[in-house]
Design a protein around this ligand. Structure first.
Ligand code: SF4
Length: 693
């Protein structure tokens, strides 16, 4: 009803990588409600978070002034009451705060590291990585992609030459078979899930593979609830059948791939009859899945963090890539590889170079020509040709005394890092921690300085969703108090650290990004302002972009994708007599990541107010705990007490724990062992003891 609001502004939902376009309805400088509009990914649809989860932007806890830690403040890390922070911090002017930050960071070279954010815009991510590289001469800059799809990207870059999806998820409309593995899209990518359900409804064969049951099961032709950590055994068994029964696409393999003979030979060791006990799926089902996928006209593979967050995460993705290549399910309508990206802008932040090994567009920091192309544009000296440290490696380097100062923008490692007490201890050791955020997060409890930033509805900037769609975000309301846009804060801090930065707006930053990012060819700020979204690659100023790529070869030597055989690696932290069960962590529909936004959204918090875990009803009976009672979960790293729900979807020897709740922080329990390629921690598998509390 037009009487309900004064103005409406088109923007993009700030939660997941689906990237639903929204219309923000504004009255008296407040967003009063939100509607879905016709974006390329959502066609008007929204989930509960996009529809009801926006009121956090007006929450009383918003930071409105820079805060400096008092000299007589209690020890770092104590939980600071957002309503009573004055004992720990004092307000400061922007001038004083920025000078304080510059004094703590400037000239410290390798002692400084930075975490940027997948919640910020592309322009803000680009500026943040430039700040570290230009200002401090090295590549110790990373963000939460390290904790979600770093292993998927490692495998994709290695084998198909590009880290992004080969087809948009909407292409499922043209598929006749689709695999969804290690992902729970009904909760984590809810609008994408609506397309998956429609696909199944019109007769598409949906194959769901997940150690935990899930809502998509109702729509699935096959539901493979395999043993946690047995992904490589299961996928190799499926591919074994495709080889054995000669269901592979010989022509495609010959034209577009390399290393097929090695893959074929490797798969000989994985007959389904031998793998059935290991993965907990009978051989006939594995054979049926292989036949359904290989004989389809067009097949897609979607995966999530159930695949990526393992020490064998890169191997899991290698298997999925091999499966798509051997069946020729790439580069055509309804065919392709699609890691479902988590955060709203994790694709864009990675594209913009917010990672320690790549400059924008995945150009290697080790390549002299690449670095000089950037330093020429930046008008600055060369910087290190060594890959920088990743998220968890930076925390280790703090403990080792090599890193002593950090600038953290919009990330919450005091909640999101594995073995989080290790990360919290590291944050407490820093002699300068600058946190830039919209709330006093758990990480801000450790800050020397907090800079108040802007929420999505208060700023301009582009974001890139899981579909490679670059979309325009627009300001609908003004930031509270003295809070500023992140790009403007980083720019001013860079100036005070001695960098010669001149940007008047995010549009200026976008124009600079285009100089060294071929992915942005034919995509301009003006065009995005007019059209709202353009998919990269876009082949001309009129082309809305290519939903499918690699129809005629890959960006690899000789245009060929590669088969990389994957062997079985056991999880790092295997159950034993003391810790006999398996802990897996993840999100739930109503809460987003570390909860800083959704737990401050009235509707979402009302629906899901309490920290919870899920256990099979038989497990609860064995423990003598009623549903709704409390259990203690203990791993080698720590212990939490949490309310237990009965859930038949969880296997008898498993417990599922969402990571949004600080009062039972899942990452107190998780294991920081890393995948050697993607450097991603094994969040999805820890040995745990479960007891009545
Ligand atoms: Fe937002 Fe994702 Fe929900 Fe769309 S599916 S409304 S992008 S949280």
């Amino acid at each position: 009803d037009s009487k309900d609001y004064d103005s409406e502004v088109e923007s993009v939902c700030p939660f997941c990588g689906v990237g639903c376009q929204v219309s923000l309805k504004v009255k008296d400088n407040r967003v009063v409600y939100v509607e879905g509009i016709n974006g390329p990914a959502n066609e008007g649809r929204l989930c509960v978070k996009g529809r009801f989860g926006f009121d956090y932007i007006h929450h009383d806890h918003r930071l409105t002034k820079p805060l400096i830690r008092r000299e007589d403040a209690p020890a770092k890390g104590l939980n600071v009451d957002p309503d009573n922070w004055q004992e720990v911090f004092r307000e400061a002017s922007w001038d004083e705060a920025l000078d304080f930050a510059a004094k703590g960071l400037k000239g410290r070279g390798r002692e400084v590291a930075g975490f940027g954010s997948a919640k910020c815009t592309n322009e803000e991510a680009y500026l943040f990585q430039k700040f570290i590289r230009q200002g401090f001469g090295h590549n110790n800059v990373d963000h939460c992609t390290r904790l979600c799809h770093a292993s998927s990207v490692a495998a994709l870059l290695e084998n198909v030459g590009s880290g992004a999806v080969t087809a948009t998820f909407n292409q499922i409309e043209h598929a006749d078979v689709a695999i969804v593995i290690g992902a729970n899209p009904v909760e984590n990518h809810p609008v994408a899930a609506t397309y998956f359900k429609q696909f199944a409804k019109r007769g598409g064969k949906l194959i769901v593979m997940d150690p935990r049951g899930q809502a998509l099961k109702r729509h699935a032709t096959h539901m493979l609830q395999f043993r946690p950590g047995a992904d490589v055994s299961m996928l190799n068994a499926i591919m074994h059948v495709i080889v054995e029964e000669e269901l592979y696409d010989r022509q495609y393999i010959e034209a577009y791939t390399e290393n097929w003979e090695a893959e074929k030979a490797h798969l000989a060791d994985f007959p389904p009859e031998k793998m059935a006990d290991i993965c907990g799926i009978d051989a006939e089902t594995l054979r049926a899945v292989a036949r359904d996928f290989a004989t389809a006209q067009a097949g897609m593979i979607f995966w999530g963090m159930g695949v990526s967050q393992h020490i064998h995460g890169t191997d899991n993705s290698r298997c999925l890539i091999s499966l798509a290549l051997m069946t020729g399910h790439v580069g055509r309508p309804g065919a392709g590889l699609h890691p479902l990206r988590g955060q709203n802008n994790v694709q864009g932040a990675s594209d913009a170079g917010l990672v320690p090994m790549f400059l924008p567009d995945y150009q290697s920091v080790m390549d002299d020509g690449v670095r000089s192309a950037f330093t020429e544009v930046w008008g600055s000296e060369d910087f290190s040709n060594q890959k920088g440290l990743t998220v968890t490696e930076i925390m280790d380097a703090v403990h080792d005394g090599h890193i002593k100062a950090m600038y953290i923008l919009g990330e919450n490692p005091a909640m999101s890092d594995p073995d989080v007490e290790h990360a919290r201890d590291a944050l407490a050791k820093l002699d300068m921690l600058v946190v830039q955020d919209i709330f006093l997060t758990e990480t801000a409890n450790y800050a020397d300085l907090i800079l108040p930033a802007s929420a999505f509805a208060e700023k301009s900037g582009t974001v890139t969703n899981t579909n490679r769609q670059v979309q325009m975000g627009r300001p609908a309301v003004t930031p509270p108090g003295e809070a500023r846009e992140d790009w403007a804060i980083t720019t001013e801090l860079a100036r005070r650290c001695g960098m010669d930065w001149e940007y008047d707006s995010p549009a200026d930053v976008f124009a600079e990004m285009k100089l060294n990012m071929r992915s942005l060819a034919n995509i301009t700020w003006d065009r995005l302002a007019r059209e709202n979204a353009v998919t990269y690659p876009s082949l001309s100023p009129e082309d809305p972009g290519q939903p499918i790529v690699f129809g005629d070869g890959f960006p690899r030597p000789h245009g060929r994708a590669r088969f990389t055989p994957a062997s079985v690696i056991a999880p790092d932290d295997v159950p034993d007599a003391e810790y006999p069960m398996i802990l897996t962590t993840g999100r739930q529909l109503e809460h987003w990541h570390t909860g800083s936004m959704t737990r401050r959204s009235m509707v979402l918090d009302a629906v899901e107010p309490e920290a919870n875990c899920s256990l099979h009803p038989s497990t609860l009976r064995r423990l003598g705990v009623e549903p709704g009672g409390h259990v203690r979960l203990t791993t080698k790293r720590g212990s939490v007490v949490v309310m237990a729900r009965a859930d038949r979807a969880v296997a008898l020897d498993m417990v599922f724990l969402p990571f949004a709740f600080v009062e039972a922080a899942a990452n107190i329990l998780t294991n920081s062992a890393l995948d050697p390629y993607g450097k991603i921690p094994e969040f999805k598998f820890s040995a745990v003891r479960v007891e009545a509390a």
